[in-house]
Design a protein around this ligand. Structure first.
Ligand code: CO8
Length: 373
């Protein structure tokens, strides 16, 4: 049976950065506009006034300082509060395919591979841009890949589930060279009028080339030692957007078609789920926890990640063991553990073992244990 190895990664970072201050300024202007508009109802006690957001809260509660976005002007406009994305014709590459092309090409170039080398393409992300044709098949066309492609969605855990799918395909012989991409345009599904969550997400796209070891250049960068996934139903992170919305009677509120979560409940319930998944997976592979050199975790919350790492190691993690990108990128859903991996894996020594872990809505979580070659 072939071994599955990671040959390379790629990262597309959108062109615009938004600081907490810019975001909070726009939100607070929106609050002033709304409270002014509904002044009479508020004074009559018929309506609660909206409350300001704060940079201090955002940083302390999440660790986020900034995020990259595909559009800045629309979502910072207090009379709009959502990104402005040009509608493209069916003959143009979709925005999602465009950012995925950049990340995918970076991964191919980094491994010195040409498109014909790839025989399976996965688009694994929280929100495919449309129902069909699959974004992955559009991307396959634009990249000039052979073989087959399909989309998969397991929310923020999509990349971990995608790596597992690639790992299984390589070991079973279904594919020899799998390109997995995680295009996340999270700003399109974020409610910028809700102070509980307006700061959370950013946009990005990651790519990873996973191949059979005898096919990878120089045998690959990391061997995938094993993958493990778990799911457990919860409504605490939910989005009721879907293809039946136009048919629903009564018509669903537009805010119900955006991301919403009970953040505190998610924090409490997902932290033990993830730490138990990772520890159980490592031990079942016969690896001692102290031998884990690095954790590349989903970037939802810096405090949550410190707690997960502490539960895994049985002590506070050192900075080198728990790299972070949340301060700069925010939460980029499934792309986020691959971003930290992309930015913080080149320094590991041959034989070093690390764990990439994605987790989020569903609930869903996936652990991928890798060894540096
Ligand atoms: N400014 C000032 N104050 C605020 C703000 C704000 N912006 N927001 C809330 N507050 C106030 C609240 O009103 C509350 O006040 P009070 O105590 O008076 O009631 C107080 O601050 C505390 O509020 P919270 O309890 O909500 O704050 P937390 O400390 O829990 O922090 C977080 C909120 C940061 C959201 C935190 O709970 C968290 O990060 N939880 C984990 C979330 C998580 O891991 N989610 C999973 C990942 S997301 C995912 O999987 C989605 C996939 C699909 C992606 C699709 C793309 C859109």
């Amino acid at each position: 049976m072939a071994k599955a190895v990671i040959s390379s990664t790629g990262l597309h970072t959108p062109p615009y950065a938004i600081s907490n201050q810019e975001l909070v300024d726009a939100f607070n202007q929106y609050v002033d506009i709304q409270n002014d508009r509904h002044k009479a109802a508020i004074e009559a006690g018929e309506r609660e006034p909206l409350v300001y957001s704060s940079c201090d809260f955002i940083y302390k509660a999440s660790g986020i300082e900034s995020r990259y976005v595909v559009d800045k002007e629309g979502l910072l406009d207090p009379t709009r509060m959502r990104p402005r994305i040009r509608q493209r014709s069916d003959d143009e590459p979709s925005l999602m395919a465009e950012i995925a092309m950049d990340a995918g090409r970076q991964a191919l170039d980094a491994a010195g591979r040409s498109p014909e080398d790839v025989d399976m393409l996965l688009v694994a992300c929280s929100n495919p841009q449309r129902a069909y044709p699959a974004v992955s098949i559009e991307l396959q066309h634009h990249l000039g890949l052979r073989g087959f492609a399909f989309d998969m969605n397991v929310a923020c855990a999509s990349a971990a589930f995608g790596i597992q799918t690639a790992y299984d395909a390589i070991r079973s012989g279904t594919a020899r060279s799998v390109l997995m991409v995680n295009p996340e345009i999270c700003t399109g599904h974020l409610n910028y009028m809700n102070r509980d969550c307006h700061f959370i997400f950013g946009d990005a796209c990651t790519a990873m080339l996973i191949e059979a070891d005898d096919r990878a250049p120089d045998g690959g960068l990391f061997e995938v030692l094993g993958t493990r996934t778990v799911t457990q139903f919860s409504n605490n992170i939910r989005n009721n957007f879907g293809y039946l919305n136009p048919a629903e009677d009564p018509v669903r509120d537009e805010f119900d078609q955006l991301f919403k979560q009970q953040g505190r409940k998610v924090f409490k319930e997902v932290t033990p789920l993830v730490s138990q998944l990772v520890v159980g997976h490592i031990e079942d592979l016969g690896i001692n926890v102290p031998d884990i050199k690095r954790l590349w975790l989903h970037q939802a919350n810096i405090n949550m990640n410190k707690l997960i790492a502490k539960k895994v190691y049985g002590r506070d993690a050192r900075d080198a063991e728990l790299p972070s990108a949340i301060h700069e990128y925010g939460n980029t859903s499934s792309a986020s553990p691959v971003i930290v991996f992309h930015l913080n894996s080149g320094d590991l020594q041959a034989g070093d073992v690390g764990v990439l872990c994605g987790f989020g809505a569903g609930y869903s979580a996936g652990s991928v244990v890798v060894r540096r070659l």
